[in-house]
Write a protein that binds this ligand. Sequence first.
Ligand code: NI
Length: 136
Amino acid sequence: MRVHHIGYLVKRLARSEEAFAKLGYQVERAVKYDHVRDVNISFMKNGDYRVELIEPASKESPLYPLLKNYKNSPYHICYFAEDLEAARRKLESDGFMVIQDTQVAPALDGRNVIFMVSADIGIIELVEENPGGGDF
Ligand code: NI
């Protein structure tokens, strides 16, 4: 499956952007507030590599507790799925489990995403292909 991004959970998004910029990453999508998850999200790119920086906006964010385990580190890889439901069913039959069912992702132009987990490789995210084409 084609990779869309590597998701980093960060404590201070602006500072993480500065650190990635020093490694040659450029902001692809400026910070946007995701009201579904109460997080701030930006995307940065370095060649073909895209990182998603996710900063819990408050202690009420469902992602805030994850900072205990994943502070300033990658915690999921996101893959494109042509057919989200078909991809979910296929991966479920391969042993992956849904941890966050279909939900709109405002930072991904409102496309649907699903989060799944594998006992062997941790958390993955599936995102619908961009209906307008392109690699974002
Ligand atoms: Ni993501």
